[in-house]
Ligand binder design. Structure first.
Ligand SMILES: [Zn+2]
Length: 249
């Protein structure tokens, strides 16, 4: 795509090559900026925050459910103990060797007490189950929301990856053009450009003289300076008196 769009570079002056180089570097910056600020990244951050919130809500619910289930298991163990005690009790009560009416009375009373105790505990188990049920439903619906958010994140990630791949192709194309330009240019001039650009923090270091205006800062060159610059050879370096950009004319 990029190679079709790129025209063979028009013959440029020594300094004109720097303007072309700067255009390519600006394009590289724009590509990087676009990739770094894809709207999908913000969407992804939102989904991540959503997943974090869902995760902690689910963990809190799990802690509550596990606590209630632990209580339920303890009660169930207690019921099992009572049942085995009741079984032993009735074994002794119906033992043909059991002849003492007093002992039989005590065993019967104990069996009744155990029965009441068991009913009480079974009621508590039912209450716990009633408490657990809505919490489990809540947990299920949070889990559904979690899967749905994860699916959305997966889709957003795919869009980001596709944009990154696309940008990489575009970037490689621009880098190819840049390498060709640098290979054809004067090495000393390139090094002047690179040094200026390294300390320019993204500000243009090359400006085209458009009429009497510097295209880097869009300010008009004072006529005294303009006349001086106009008298220079096209390849001689001249700086914009306002922004210091190398002026291509
Ligand atoms: Zn300027």
């Amino acid at each position: 795509m990029t190679s079709e769009a790129s025209q063979p570079a028009p013959p440029a002056s020594r300094l004109g090559i720097l303007a072309q180089l700067q255009d390519l570097d600006v394009r590289l910056e724009q590509i990087d900026h676009r990739v770094a600020h894809l709207p999908e990244r913000e969407i992804r951050t939102g989904i991540d925050a959503e997943l974090t919130a869902l995760g902690s809500e689910m963990s809190a619910l799990e802690v509550r459910i596990e606590g209630l289930e632990r209580q339920q298991r303890r009660h169930e163990d207690e019921v099992a103990r009572i049942e085995s005690k009741r079984a032993q009790n009735s074994e002794r009560l119906y033992d043909p060797h059991m002849t003492s009416p007093k002992e039989a009375g005590a065993l019967t009373a104990e069996a009744e007490a155990l029965g009441r105790h068991q009913v009480g505990i079974e009621d508590q188990i039912l209450e716990l189950m009633e408490q657990i049920e809505p919490l489990s439903h809540e947990h299920d619906s949070l889990a559904d929301r979690q899967s749905e958010a994860k699916a959305r994140r997966h889709d957003v990630d795919a869009v980001i990856a596709a944009s990154e791949r696309e940008a990489q192709v575009e970037r490689d194309g621009v880098l190819g053009e840049r390498a060709a330009l640098v290979a054809a240019a004067d090495a000393e001039l390139i090094s002047v450009y690179e040094q200026r650009r390294a300390s320019a923090r993204g500000e243009p270091v090359v400006g085209r003289l458009v009429g009497t205006t510097c295209s880097a800062c869009h300010l008009e060159i004072p006529s005294v300076d303009y006349e001086r610059i106009a008298r220079l050879e096209p390849d001689e370096m001249a700086e914009c008196p306002h922004c210091g950009a190398l002026l291509v004319r």
